[in-house]
Design a protein around this ligand. Structure first.
Ligand SMILES: Nc1ncnc2c1ncn2[C@@H]1O[C@H](COP(=O)(O)OP(=O)(O)OP(=O)(O)O)[C@@H](O)[C@H]1O
Length: 233
């Protein structure tokens, strides 16, 4: 595969099932994302945005089509292999922060490094660096409930970047934040992009989408439009 290309999807289908019906949440997606790109995904409720992000992030398994992440052919891999590629290459940021209530700020950020079996000394160094870059070191022993929403999202971003991921996947990262915190979070994401990270972000906000270089519009599990945002910058 061309070295510039991080992700290539061809004719990707993903179905969700309930007792009475089958929904094609992704209905033949073709997509290419290059290293270092910042792409936003927009579209009406139920159009398949979160499903696409979860398939890209290998949380959900696709049902048909081709998915290549760098040199890995993802379709056909076992869940264990997909998890191992995900843990080494991807960081996630969610609307609801998804921090573990029983763990401190430091421990939440350290968690992905434990999965990667990184030594204690290196874990300490990397967690502190991530927390410092997000100005959260002074809250390293706090638990999530003792933090504001904006602070919780900054911890979640520290947790996403501590693995030094090639790709950051964000699902409505400002969905639970007020406008001031939303802007702060979007500026952090913008800086991560400027520092070289590839970013794919689902959003309902045109303001947030304008931070990306390109916006993909989804409708009924299909890509409707693939537009450059450069004119908006
Ligand atoms: N676990 C599930 N079981 C059954 N159907 C599902 C499941 N998850 C999603 N769906 C269906 O798949 C379609 C796509 O859902 P998805 O969550 O990807 O949409 P979305 O664009 O992210 O929506 P929203 O903006 O409301 O979060 C929807 O029609 C939804 O009802």
């Amino acid at each position: 595969m061309n070295k510039d290309v991080l992700i290539r999807m061809e004719d990707v289908y993903k179905y969700h099932y309930t007792e009475s019906m089958q929904t094609a949440a992704l209905n033949g997606i073709d997509l290419e994302i290059k290293h270092g790109e910042f792409v936003s995904i927009m579209g009406p409720s139920g159009s398949g945005k979160s499903t696409l992000l979860n398939v890209i992030g290998m949380i959900d398994k696709m049902d048909d089509g081709l998915y290549q992440f760098e040199d890995y052919q993802i379709n056909g891999l076992s869940q264990k292999d997909r998890a191992s590629i995900r843990k080494g290459n991807m960081g996630f940021i969610f609307q609801s922060f998804n921090l573990i209530d029983e763990l401190t700020t430091f421990e939440n950020v350290e968690l992905p490094l434990l999965y990667l079996k990184i030594s204690k000394a290196e874990r300490k160094e990397r967690v502190e660096k991530a927390l410092e870059s997000l100005e959260m070191m002074h809250r390293k022993d706090h638990y999530p409930q003792q933090l504001s929403g904006g602070q919780q999202q900054r911890v979640a971003i520290a947790r996403a970047i501590v693995v030094r991921p090639k790709l950051i996947l964000a699902d409505e990262p400002t969905g639970n934040l007020d406008s001031k915190n939303s802007e702060a979070v979007m500026n952090i994401i913008k800086e991560l992009h400027a520092a070289g990270s590839s970013i794919v972000m689902v959003t309902h906000s045109h303001k947030d989408a304008a931070y990306a270089e390109r916006t993909i519009q989804l409708f009924d599990g299909n890509i409707l439009e693939n537009e450059s945002n450069l004119k908006a910058i």
